[in-house]
Design a binder for this molecule. Structure first.
Ligand SMILES: C[S@@+](CC[C@H](N)C(=O)[O-])C[C@H]1O[C@@H](n2cnc3c(N)ncnc32)[C@H](O)[C@@H]1O
Length: 224
């Protein structure tokens, strides 16, 4: 396990081309963003990048680890419907779910990112319609990041995606972001090194707006 922030993975620097001042202002706006009046913590870049991915991949199942208030689960469900995906399904897991609404397309589950076998057992994952889009957006600490990546590694099929969110915390200036100890980027680097050849970084998404102009630097991963 790497103890320090990795500079690069697969020959790609993690550093985002978003300037420091702009990034702090974008983050302030992101934390105020709502979708259909539910808080929805996605940056404007990533809202656009997910739309590119959804058009291309047409996932029939989205699994997110980290629900919070459910804004992203609702947005993904609506976007799958808007894209004409038949019988879209969103499974959203949180250790402390706070969603206060229901939606027939969304299943909210209580569970720990470090014990996904309990909440998303293999037989359930086997029944999920493919392609699958998995989003790790839980604690942003290294152990949870690695636990989610390793758990899904056994269940992803060629062409499925797993997105590791919020590696950008390493570039945010607020002192409280240091608590994450660069968990997402360290997780991505170690996971890719461990499973050499099994994943491709989707550089078209990472770099659509400039090098890693996303909250998920080098974190858009396609199972090859
Ligand atoms: C960044 S928020 C999720 C935001 C949401 N996906 C969105 O975009 O609107 C992170 C969530 O992860 C949850 N979380 C933290 N540690 C977790 C763990 N070990 N297992 C599952 N969820 C966890 C927190 O309770 C919190 O609700």
């Amino acid at each position: 396990m790497s103890e320090h922030a990795p500079e690069a993975t697969m020959g790609r620097a993690f550093a985002s081309a978003i300037g420091a001042d702009a990034l702090d202002r974008i983050q302030a706006g992101t934390m105020r963003t709502v979708y259909r009046n539910v808080p929805f913590f996605k940056s404007p870049f990533d809202i656009s990048l997910y739309l590119q991915l959804l058009s291309r991949l047409m996932p029939r199942t989205v699994i997110e680890i980290g629900t919070k208030f459910g804004g992203s689960a609702l947005w993904f469900a609506d976007m799958l419907t808007a894209h004409g995906v038949a019988d879209p399904a969103v499974l959203s897991v949180d250790i402390e779910p706070l969603a206060r609404f229901t939606d027939p397309r969304i299943t909210f589950l209580q569970g720990d990112a470090k014990r996904l076998d309990k909440v998303l057992p293999p037989d359930l994952l086997q029944r999920c319609a493919r392609p699958l889009l998995v989003i790790e957006d839980s604690s942003h600490h290294y152990p949870e990041t690695m636990a989610v990546l390793e758990y899904f590694h056994a269940h992803l099929q060629q062409g499925d995606y797993i997105v590791v969110e919020d590696g950008i915390v390493s570039q945010l200036s607020g002192a409280h972001y240091r608590q994450y100890q660069d968990g997402p980027n360290r997780g991505v680097a170690d996971f890719l090194a461990r499973h050499e050849g099994a994943y491709a970084i989707d550089t078209a998404l990472c770099d659509q707006f400039g090098h890693n102009v996303t909250y998920n630097p080098n974190g858009w991963l396609r199972r090859t």
